[in-house]
Each structure stands twice: as C-alpha cells, then as structure tokens.
Design a protein around this ligand. Sequence first.
Ligand SMILES: NC(=O)c1ccc[n+]([C@@H]2O[C@H](COP(=O)([O-])OP(=O)(O)OC[C@H]3O[C@@H](n4cnc5c(N)ncnc54)[C@H](OP(=O)(O)O)[C@@H]3O)[C@@H](O)[C@H]2O)c1
Length: 257
Amino acid sequence: MQRQKTMLVTGAADGTGFAIAARFAKEGWQVLVTSRDIRRAQAAAERIMQQYGTPAFGYALDGVDVQQVAALFDQLDRQDLCPDTVVLNAANLGIGMDPLTVSAEDFMAVLQTNVGWNFAIVQQAARRMKQAGGGAVVFINSNTAYRAIPARCAYSASKSGVLGLARALALDLGKYHIRVNCVLPGMIKTSRWEENANDIQHAPSRYTPLGDIAEFEDIANAAWFLGSDQARNTTGAELTVDGGNMIQLYPIIPQQS
Ligand SMILES: NC(=O)c1ccc[n+]([C@@H]2O[C@H](COP(=O)([O-])OP(=O)(O)OC[C@H]3O[C@@H](n4cnc5c(N)ncnc54)[C@H](OP(=O)(O)O)[C@@H]3O)[C@@H](O)[C@H]2O)c1
C-alpha cells in the first residue's frame, strides 16, 4: 500500500497557512500544523480532520526559538511522521519600522525569524527528506522581496534574503531530489486587510492588472502546485501571485465611473 503523503505548514492556525493546510488535506495528504499557540494549532488540526477526513496534528512552534525546531522534529520522528513537503508560511511582518529609529534588536528579530528560523526548519526537514529519497520545500515569500513598501525595511530585507536562500538550497539539495521553490504573494485578503478601512480605500486591488488582490486559496493553490509532484521538475523557481502588480512600472489608476 502506498504511504500517505505528509506535509507540514507553519503559522497555519488560520488565514493563509490554514488554507494551505486545507488544500493539501483536500488532496488526501496528512497535515502537520504549527502555531505559536499549541491550542490554536490543535484546533486547526481538528478542523482539518473534520472537514477532509485526513489525519492532522497540531504543534507549538515559535519563530524565535531555533532549539524548539530540533525538538519538534525529534517528536515527529518518535511519531513516525516525516514531512514530504514543508511550507514555510509563518512570518514576522516587521510592520511600522522607521529606518531612522528602529532598534538593531527589532530589525534583527525579523531576519532571525524569516531567514534563520525558516532555515532551521528546512535543515531538519531536509535531513529526513534525504533519507526518504526526496521532498519539497515551499517558502511563502512576498513580492516585497523585489518592490519596497513603506516602513517595512527589515521585512523586505528578510524576504529578499529568503529568495537567495531558496536558490542556494535548491542548488545544494537538488542532488537529494529535494525541490525548493517560492510563492510570492502580493497583498492577501487577510483580516488585517478587511479591517483596515484606509487600506481598503487605497487598496492596490484597484491598481492591479487583474483587478483584485489574492484570496487565501490563490496562495494555497500555488503552494499546492509547487509542493506536490505536479511541479516535480521545478526547483529554484518563483511563482508570483499578485494579480500582476509587480509587472507594472507604475500603477494604472482606473477612472472612477
Ligand atoms: N498578508 C499579505 O498581504 C502578504 C503579502 C505578501 C506576502 N505575505 C506572506 O504570506 C505569508 C502569510 O501571510 P499572512 O498575512 O497570512 O501572515 P500572518 O497571519 O501575519 O502570519 C502567519 C502566521 O505566522 C505566525 N507568526 C506571526 N508572527 C510570527 C513570529 N514572529 N514568529 C513566528 N510565527 C509568527 C502567526 O501564527 P501564530 O500566531 O498562530 O503562531 C500567523 O498566523 C507570510 O509569509 C507573509 O510574509 C503576506
């Protein structure tokens, strides 16, 4: 009998991460969900099991603690759970950083989580994927890896860093049949976006060639493609999911009707 495929996704108690977990579960994969809050992770796993009937488990994982990553993978070993695919979704958003006043600690914390902590997860996963004969890593990155937005200097730096990290990992891990790719969302319709009246008024959706920004499912579909065998000959790639925003030299502002 064929072994059930297993995926792990970080920061998946709700929103984008949960949609990614659900997308794989819909395809019959076993799902491992992490959150900084164990109860939220377990509640998300319970919802996945109820909705899709696949096994799902929740774990605590905090983006500041690299030791905890090794402990999590030891725990998965004991449970005989080995992810075929890992999706790095959780991020320190580093919102509201003035480059003139942000402390070195706050700046470095964003890099530590988005680059260092993610690397620690991939390292643990890749050691096991190598033993298993292959696997896939998907970074949920951002189009801010290429284009800046205000007051997000550490976030942009970290997301550009993830691009370089993903390419380097794709190169080094290809010989073990481990693929490493990035999804680059533009703005996503999160609760933050829904609740921010000013953002809605000035949302890039109005200036987006396709006329709207992404839903959670758009990001989940891209993660599914890159994280599954559908992309079995793709590594080191970037899949931008931003309604076409990044291709513009300047936004075409639609006329009010
Ligand atoms: N939202 C957008 O418009 C947008 C645009 C471009 C790219 N992205 C990228 O898409 C991914 C998901 O975005 P999102 O807006 O849905 O994210 P989010 O909800 O802000 O973050 C995803 C999850 O990450 C966890 N998290 C937050 N801060 C963390 C920290 N310091 N350390 C460890 N975990 C932390 C949280 O889960 P717990 O509290 O449960 O641990 C959170 O639910 C991120 O990688 C983001 O950079 C988002």
